[in-house]
Structure formats: C-alpha cells, structure tokens
Design a protein around this ligand. Structure first.
Ligand code: NAD
Length: 350
C-alpha cells in the first residue's frame, strides 16, 4: 500500500483523502491542517492521523482536544508521496520541502505550471507524469475543458475552441467571497488566462476563453463553441461524450434544468457531499451546425479534480498505467452515472 500524505485538508484535501482511502493500492498516512477548526473532526472521525501544518499551532490543536501526530515535516517524512492541497501559492513555498525530503509531490491548479515537470489530466496526458517528482493537477475549469477536448480532438480534430466560463463566486463554505448581487467580467481582459492553462495540457490547441463570476456557489457553467475539422452529427457527438466515464451526458428526460437540480440529483444518488466528479453536459445542448459544435457543461469545482489526483499518484509512482488506473479510480468512487433506466433498486427500509 502506497503511503499518501495530504498537506492541506480543506475543500480539496478532505475529498482527496477520502478518495485515496477508497483505493485498494494506497493508504492515507496523515493529513495536515493549519487550524483546529471543524475540519479536524472529519479527519479524526475517519481515522486519518492529524498533523499541524504550522509548528506553533501544535499546542492549539491539543488545547482544542485533537490528538496531533506531529507537524508537516514529520508527515512528509512518513509519506511516499504528498498531495499538496494548501491554498494557492503555498504549494510553491512547500515544494522545496518535498524536494529536500526526496518525496514526490502533486500541486493543485492555482500553482504556476513552470514549478513542476508536467501539468496533469488523466484522460489527456497520463503518461507524461510517469516518474515525475512534481506535477500539478490543473484547475477545476481546465480539468473540465481537457476532458471534453481530448475525445473531440481524437475523433474529429479541433480547429478552435471558444469557451465562456461562468464561474461560481466561491465554494459553499467561503462566506467571505462574492459577488453577492452582481455579474462580474472576471478577468475583464479578453481572452482570459484560462485558455493558456488548457495549453499546459494541449500545447497546440487553439483556444480562447472569457471569464465571468456570478453569485453562485454550486458549480461553474461553461458555454462552448468548438470548431471541428470534420462534420459529425449532433447524435454522434452525444454518443462519443456519453462513452467517456468522466462525462455525464444529462438526459432530457431527467428534467435537470440547472446546477441546483444537478447537485440534488447527486445527493439523491447518495454521492458523498453531493459531489459530481464528472463533467455534466446537457444532451439537448449538444448541437452541431456544419463543423461548429455548441454545448453547455456544468463543472463541480469542489470535486472534478479528485479522481485526477488519484490517477496522478499512480502515474508518478508507476502503480498502474492509464486505463487500469482510471478504471480503478472510477470503480472505487462510483464514477459514471447510469442512465435513468439503470437505477439500482434500493431495498425497502424496514
Ligand atoms: P481550502 O482553503 O478549502 O483548504 C486549504 C487547506 O489548507 C485548509 O485546511 C487550511 O487549513 C490549510 N492550510 C492553510 N495554510 C496552510 C499551510 N501553510 N500548510 C498546510 N496547510 C495549510 O482550499 P481549497 O479550495 O481546498 O484549495 C486548495 C487548492 O486546490 C488551491 O490551489 C486551489 O486553487 C485548488 N483548487 C480548488 C478548487 C475549489 O473549487 N475549491 C478546485 C480545484 C482546485
């Protein structure tokens, strides 16, 4: 069992920890947090050894009643690989600590791509991370775009991607984020920095992106126009995307009209935390006119990068190849939403 340490136990870190714990070939050897808030309860409940990210906070954890196994330095020493899920910019500060300890590390999307050997998306470039000491799982938006671009590029060729990213103002627990009652072009400059980030996965892809921020916390929404090199039918594109395990083509019959119902659907399916690890593409929106493809997809920012972190661990350490790793991750987490007709029957409650 590969020992995985998780440095940073917030929105992303706690989900990565649970996903790692669900794998047959790896184990959580500890998680590090900066403060003894409610998140520490979750770690203790799940039996993850808890470390203090900051040396001078060990006492505060103990005073709050949490048994602390040590500091991040000690977590790094006991880990065979570290997933760094600290707030943006801190991963860059931590990288030299992992390098000094000779422990490979995975950073997250906010960190600069030139810090690491490769940016990572399992579907698009799994092999590039083989044996790497440092990789970066790209942001939630770039992950969502990469999962879509990879099969379309392979099947039809892509001339140009044009994407408008309507982004949530903050995660549900980010009480200080906004806007509260506004629609912000963000960034105002066009095209936005999101396109170049997708180029860290697809260097030759022609892509322009625009970003907005809205008063929402549930998900991001992408409005896409993709100019293809050939002219498939809308139905062919729907089938292609439906064949991807990490893309959920939302059937018209489900009557899901937005991100609120999508998250409710995930909760009804007993998904942990109501997470949607898949891109959610509205089947009705998939429309090809000539060589121009249009569609809407929703991206659950808190969870779509989670399976990618698990696969990055296997890619870097050689635990498994691409297909095997993605299949193991998908099966252990329950990724791939079945059609409405294939809903498993629940036993009636006594
Ligand atoms: P978060 O604020 O929810 O969690 C960060 C965690 O790191 C907290 O547990 C905090 O206590 C801890 N921390 C703070 N300072 C630390 C330090 N010096 N050392 C160790 N831990 C420290 O953040 P998040 O949303 O989970 O984001 C983590 C990373 O994942 C960021 O790079 C972010 O850009 C990226 N990411 C976030 C999302 C998202 O929507 N939340 C999506 C994709 C990628």
């Amino acid at each position: 069992m590969l020992k995985v340490g998780i440095n940073g136990y917030g929105t992303i870190g706690k989900r990565v920890a649970d996903a790692v714990a669900a794998q047959p070939d790896m184990t959580v050897c500890g998680v590090a947090k900066a403060s003894p808030d409610f998140g520490a309860d979750g770690a203790i409940q799940r039996g993850y050894p808890l470390y203090s990210a900051l040396e001078d906070r060990v006492g505060a954890f103990r005073e709050a009643g949490y048994d602390v196994a040590g500091t991040t330095e000690e977590l790094i020493e006991t880990s065979e690989i570290v997933v760094d899920a600290t707030p943006g910019g801190i991963g860059a500060e931590n990288l030299p600590r992992y390098e000094a300890a000779g422990v490979p590390a995975i950073l997250q999307g906010k960190e600069a791509d030139d810090l690491v050997e490769t940016s990572f998306n399992a579907r698009a470039n799994f092999e590039k991370a083989k044996g790497a000491d440092a990789t970066r799982v790209v942001s939630c938006n770039t992950t969502g775009l990469s999962r879509l671009v990879a099969p379309l590029e392979e099947a039809y060729g892509i001339e140009k991607v044009r994407a408008t990213l309507v982004r949530r103002g903050g995660d549900p627990d980010q009480t200080g984020r906004g806007p509260i009652n506004d629609i912000l072009p963000d960034p105002i400059s066009v095209p936005s920095h999101h396109g170049p980030d997708v180029n860290t996965i697809f260097p030759d892809l022609s892509i322009d992106t625009l970003g907005l921020k809205v008063p929402a916390t549930l998900m991001h929404m992408h409005s896409l126009n993709i100019e293809l090199e050939s002219e498939p039918t809308s139905e062919e594109v729907r089938e292609l995307l439906g064949g991807e395990s990490r893309i959920f083509v939302v059937d018209e019959e489900l009557a899901i009209d937005g991100t609120g119902k999508l998250r409710e659907f995930a909760r009804d399916r007993d998904r942990p935390r109501g997470d949607l690890w898949e891109n959610c593409v509205w089947g009705e929106s998939v429309n090809v006119r000539g060589s121009e493809l249009y569609l809407f997809q929703a991206i659950h920012q808190e969870s779509d990068v989670i399976p990618e972190n698990v696969d990055a661990i296997r890619a870097m350490t050689g635990l498994a190849g691409k297909e095997e790793s993605m299949a193991m991750t998908d099966e252990s987490l329950g990724i791939g939403l079945p059609d409405a007709q294939q809903v498993p029957t629940l036993s009636p409650t006594p």
